[in-house]
Design a protein around this ligand. Structure first.
Ligand code: FAD
Length: 343
């Protein structure tokens, strides 16, 4: 079968306990852009048990069509039945592009499915666009048009690689949560809903879930915060993060941190920003006692306004900051908090 028979941009609409994950909406937003460039439409693939009612939400966030596989086998995530369902949808409907969120579930599901449908997958992408491949064709190297160009950090974040999958379909990517923009929901929008039954066999039941223990989360979701007050090794100790908490409190913000702060045991990993932490896009991002390593910057550079406080005027964080304060954070941060309180 020719590659040209594969059509449409497909998005895996991850849900847990019948609640859609935010990354599903982000992928729909990006999917719409890609579909526009390819003159095609966007389909959400919704797998679960009793999930059909979620189709309307997916329509509001941009899905033209929703393919639903609704089966008790898909109640809780397990690799085998989910991979069987998604691979069957791909084999049946032949999408040109298949996007999956790089969540714990997506990082398991995406590669399993790509192997099953014999195509490639680029993991943990931070940018997707339609273009020519090779990007700079030289000599008699044939250039293929309208390819999905998938960009991701490589070699520990020291370089950025753009990867394509010119000879197989679908072109598959997992995409970092928080990177793509969702569209403003269109209330009352409707999508075509298609129910599909891939047929589950005993082979799909290697794993039985006996009990689900939910993680107790007592940390804020830094990906939703409008103001982040982020601290690094320069803060010096767990106790000294109190300075940042006080500033966050007067601003109505949330504290986050660099990996150094997590490695020192000062804050939990849920609050880490960066390549191996979370990608954030707040209205205001304070980088306090953070040097601005490439792996940190990768997670916060799209913030609307970046304010850096660092005693070293040569710190790379000042290259991405909109405003920079050079000096000792132990003096600047309490003074700032006091001034804001007095306002
Ligand atoms: P440092 O680089 O040690 O910087 C501390 C800064 O504080 C310095 O600039 C110093 O001038 C300043 N300072 C010190 N005292 C004061 C003071 N009193 N007042 C004002 N300023 C002061 N890092 C992340 O953050 N997130 C990630 O997701 C991440 N992923 C990574 C993935 C890989 C594969 C690798 C290899 C690394 C990763 N890192 C990540 C680590 C990253 O390379 C840096 O080591 C880390 O970001 C450094 O943290 P920092 O800026 O807090 O500490």
């Amino acid at each position: 079968m020719g590659l040209e028979e594969y059509k449409g941009v497909y998005v895996f609409a991850q849900q847990v306990d019948n609640v859609l994950d935010g990354v599903a909406f982000e992928l729909l937003g990006k999917g719409k852009d890609l579909a526009k460039d390819l003159n095609t439409d966007v389909t959400a693939v919704l797998l679960g048990s009793g999930v059909k009612g979620l189709a309307d939400q997916l329509a509001e966030y941009g899905a033209d069509r929703v393919i639903v596989v609704d089966d008790p086998e898909l109640k809780d995530y397990r690799t085998e039945p989910y991979a069987h369902a998604l691979a069957s949808v791909i084999n049946e409907y032949k999408p040109e592009i298949m996007l999956v969120g790089a969540t714990a579930i997506g990082r398991d599901l995406g590669p399993t499915v790509s192997a099953r449908v014999a195509t490639g997958l680029t993991a943990d992408c931070t940018k997707l666009e339609i273009g020519d491949f090779p990007i700079n064709a030289v000599g008699n190297q044939p250039q293929k048009h309208n390819q999905l160009l998938m960009t991701r950090p490589a070699f520990g974040g020291n370089t950025i690689a753009t990867i394509a999958c010119p000879d197989n379909r679908p072109q598959m990517a997992t995409v970092r949560p928080g990177v793509m923009q969702k569209i403003a929901p269109v209330k009352g929008a409707k999508a075509e809903v298609v129910e599909y039954n891939p047929g589950f066999t005993p082979n799909n039941r290697y794993v039985e879930i006996l009990n689900v223990v939910k993680a107790v989360k007592n940390t804020a979701n830094i990906m939703d915060a409008k103001i982040l007050v982020s601290g690094g090794r320069g803060v010096g100790s767990k106790e000294n993060f109190k300075l940042l908490e006080d500033l966050a409190e007067v601003l109505g913000g949330t504290v986050s941190c660099s990996r150094a702060a997590v490695e020192n045991g000062w804050l939990p990993v849920d609050l880490q920003v960066g390549q191996t932490g979370k990608t954030v896009r707040p209205q205001i991002y304070f980088a306090i006692g953070i040097s601005g390593a490439i792996q940190h910057v990768a997670g916060m550079e799209d913030s609307d306004l970046i304010i850096a406080i660092n005693k070293d005027e040569g710190a790379p964080i000042f290259d991405v900051a909109d405003y920079g304060l050079v000096g000792d954070l132990n003096k600047i941060v309490p003074a700032l908090t006091k001034a804001l309180k007095e306002e």
